[in-house]
Design a protein around this ligand. Sequence first.
Ligand SMILES: [Zn+2]
Length: 457
Amino acid sequence: MPALSLAPDEREAAVSLLRELIRLDTSNPPGNEGPAIGLLERRCRDLGLETVVDGAHPERPNLVAAWRASPAKRRGRPLVLSCHVDCVPADPERWTHSPWSAHHDGEHIWGRGTIDMKGFAAMGFAALARLRREGFEPDRDLLYVAVSDEEAGTRLGSRWLVEERPELLGKPEYVLNEVGGFTVHRGGRRFYPVQVAEKGVAWLRLTVTGRPGHSSLPMRGHAVERLARAIEAISEARLPWHPSEEARRFLGGFAKPRGAVAERIAGLLCHPRLGPRLLPLLVPDSSRRASVEAVLRNTANTTSLVAGGSINVLPGTASVEIDGRLAPGQRAADLVRELEAVLEPALHGGYMIDLLRESPPVSFSTETPLYRAIERSLGEADPGGHVVPSIVPGFTDSLNYAQLGAQCYGFYPLRLPSSLDFAALFHGDDERIPVEGFLWGVEVLAGLLRSFLSEDG
Ligand SMILES: [Zn+2]
């Protein structure tokens, strides 16, 4: 099939939808996603799709728009394009152009959400609009899903849809979502990570007890002091390595094109005993080191503190919340054991760890027709690029779609120049998207859907 290229009016429409979405401030909290969901619903209806808008909160709904396959053609379970329309907040003081201006500097559109992930909301819609215009007929239902509340944990968004209205999603076989398909430049080569795994979540609360009393006396061993010791012990801890197949494929995928030495280094980093020692030597850059380390072990960062209520009283208890993230194959109970091993020598008892929320890590197969089609389409769109199955330390809506048995891939194709670093733009100040790279993504996505939904059996 010939490569797909957009007409001038299609390019214009895709960019203008993105700019309209950016101008609607959906910073979460509070979210206020209603107007963005409403805009997308109107567009989907104009395109002739069946739409349903529903949610737990009237001002923070979700959209499911369906392009039904004709019964004669239908050969598989649905494919979902999913995006969230909420964004993390932005401090305009720190931005060159207002985060909600959708400023167009001739090369980029600026704004909170251009990368994460209103760009994909506009891209997915533009791809569908193109295929409708061509008179294309998909051989399975194609669902365009836009959700609220991803950034604060997915409760009102994809989690609500999966738990309360799963019939709207119709047991999808595949979901395309963030985080992947963008260009990463390393050592003069271009890589395209495609997300196939996410670390799990274990949100914990550590409560320590100590001797309460009046704070006018010289006191040791009170709860606040013990909590400080515990926090220090957690932050100094080097938790054990849990090299997984997912981590090996990810690190190996970046290493392979760079030759045998790079591959050997990736292998050493995945070694359970040598890896932790060699990491600082082999990866001197601290932010890159953090991203390698994150895929190889559980992590635990102390975040919110609760201690004391009065300046002149030593409280009997003090607590801290811990954002724990689980490597593939790990569960919250494993992380709790690892933390107990760190805390016991510092505290000698007198503490407890409660589990506030657990979502196990998820991973998806790279041996599916869709994954292979993604590899092919990226290979055609950038013949020098290398596709790498990736694992991300955070969570996305795929966490919930996995419950429906779907294979979920982070595939939001975006050609980025070496001057733009995806990781710095994602939740960063001056988030912006290169217009040509975005339109390239619309063409790649539409081309993928056109070929996959007509040949796949
Ligand atoms: Zn996102």
